[in-house]
Design a protein around this ligand. Sequence first.
Ligand code: AMP
Ligand code: ZN
Length: 455
Amino acid sequence: MSIKLYNVKNRTKEAFKPIDERNVRMYVCGPTVYDRAHIGNARPVVVFDILYRLLRHTYGINSVSYARNFTDVDDKINIKAISTGKSIREITNETINWYIEDMTALGALEPDYAPRATEYISEMIEMSSELIKKGHAYVAEGHVLFDVSSYEAYGELSGRSIDDMIAGARVEVAPYKRNPMDFVLWKPSNNDQPGWESPWGFGRPGWHIECSAMARALFGEKFDIHGGGLDLQFPHHENEIAQSCACCGQDSFANVWLHNEMLQVEGKKMSKSLGNFFSVKELLDKGFSGEVVRFVYLSTHYSKPMDWTVKKAEEAELTLRKWRKLTNGVQVTKHISKGVIDALNDDLNTSKALTVLHGLAKSGNIEELKSSAQILGLLSDQMGAWVKENTFDLSKLEEIILASRDKAMKTKEFTELDNLKNLFISAGLDVQMSKDGIKLIKGPKFNSSLLEDFL
Ligand code: AMP
Ligand code: ZN
């Protein structure tokens, strides 16, 4: 059976046929880098990581290219720079490093390409110029605007009429626009804003042109899959299609479009005012391991809204603990259960794949369980440290530091005790001393590797 995917463009689940089986190309819209990724941002990362792994399994590791961009020019970044006093570059570099760190903790493979928008400004200027030449864009007051009326298929992806679009989106009305739906390809910058020289003066690109220009630079005018969260379907993806197809031909750009549904928390939309808005990092720091978070994400099909709940995380932790115990020391082979592959081939049915793994655990098929879990990014050696950290017994360390304190009290020589205490703190332990004894408590950064000498 081949891979079947629900292609939003055709509104059907269809057999996936790559343009070139030796060069399968997937582009996913990445984050705007001004702050830590929240747990909603991580959903497309996990979803498209599964698709990436499945494509690599099907066509071979060297036959698949995955690109996910970083939007490192955006007004939200400028605002953050002003409010923190940091430079734009400092903020974007720091946020990109956090992002890679947090997504790696969730077991996501790094894409083959992680282009930054600011490295492709000349390609964006080039594409905007081509669109002007072809009569699809116009210049007005230092802006370049895409003329939506010049592109007949506008709205097809999201299935909206122009009237719906105007009503449903926060369309920016501006005197220089011929039509309120026209969107910006280029806009002027003042001296305090990031900008580049262009045929239309000093300025910066609009958001949508970024993905069209980068996808073309990396993958050419036509490629296989384009993905992102459902919130991007309109206007972002609609605008990407309009720009790319108006520039390069109606048959160009991505063949298959996929959107993940949104994530909410304990049944409610995430929002700062409800206090249920948190970053991936905060979740990890609370003690949920990356593997547990990943398991929870995989338990809901990507096309359904997903609810993050602590209860689900607790259940996932129990399951993973059980599976890890069962498969401890078992060798991973290349064999992956047909049931797991069939489930993933069926439009990435990850919850079904987990059910198949449950069955393998139940029937004691532990080699197949461990090997098959790998394609979901679970039960790997890299992801397993949390089990070890959670079961690490601190009582022996408490005895050692208590003995050291007794000795120090007698000799009035405290260096050894201080050194020990500092070592424990650097291993992420909270050292609580009282006259009754010493208690060690694991903090979120607990790392047992520094304590191995004591075991
Ligand atoms: P942004 O940085 O806002 O452009 O978002 C980066 C990615 O996260 C995009 O693919 C969004 O569609 C996705 N995303 C944002 N919020 C959520 C959410 N609550 N649930 C699922 N995906 C989301
Ligand atoms: Zn995009």
